[in-house]
Design a protein around this ligand. Sequence first.
Ligand code: LMR
Length: 336
Amino acid sequence: MKLNHCLKTLVIASAALAVPMTALAAPAPILIKFSHVVAQQTPKGQAADYFKKIAEERTKGRVKIEVYPNSQLFKDKEEMEALQMGSVQMLAPSLAKFGPLGLKEFEVFDLPFIFDDYAELHKVTQGPVGAKLLHKLESKGLMGLAYWDNGFKVMSANKPLKKVEDFKGQKMRIQSSKVLDSQMRSVGAIPQVMAFSEVYQALQTGVVDGTENPPSNLFTQKMHEVQKYVTISNHGYLGYAVLVNKKFWMGLPADIRTILDGCMKDATVFANSVAKKDNDEAMAAVRKSGRSQIITLTPEEKAAWRKAMDRTHKDNMSRIGADVVKEVYKETGYKP
Ligand code: LMR
């Protein structure tokens, strides 16, 4: 009887204890899924991983970031829809993929030869014109937190692309940008929009003949193994905007959002500090592999590409918006 009473008291005491224990348990961390389409060793892949590391550290476990590289979670087109629907919280799509969202202004970044180098690019991405463009995302329920650099593109194919005439009839994979479509047509190529995740196989099986990308993407997707020639042309730029769903971001506790904004600033400095080096190293690795022959354009050949592609600017002026194009020209000094 006495023992029974003791046992009862113990059960009641532990049940009473269990209530505050549950109440004290830490709330589940806020989960941010960050989806992207490239390899982890690329500038974007490394920056996403760096953001995860510092965000988890600085929020002391209140935020958990899951990074899904290489189109593991979503492919190009799906990822934008998923972000708008809230099934993923963070993306960093290429600026050439905003047209289908209805934000054609971002295709200004795709205009051939508009930036000579990173310094000119940064005048836009780190200045008022870039900020104004990011602001436009809000009409789509999104927010642009930062621009992350990748780099200047090379052209690859199974025939040497040196002269403008060499492009004639070549089926070239492009991102979903009308400006890139016109750029390819301006030299007589046949553009074909395709998700990034499908490019390697399309090149391997001959569905397309060639493509354009910064060396970091070309090398990490092993495209150089299925392309006989790579032309160093630096004819255009490819980079990113980091996007979040506005409702999700603004619904975060204010202290968490402030910490994450700080992490994004630091991840951006990181991304932009590795981009050039990564691309230079990737180009050196492509060269070293001996799998494709590297072509360097003479100044005359490059001038001929530029002359042929220049009409892309005029042809897309009203699509992008003359005001945006002119604002960018003002920053970069581009003369059509
Ligand atoms: C491409 O589709 O070629 C690129 O946008 C991939 C990327 O995200 O760099």
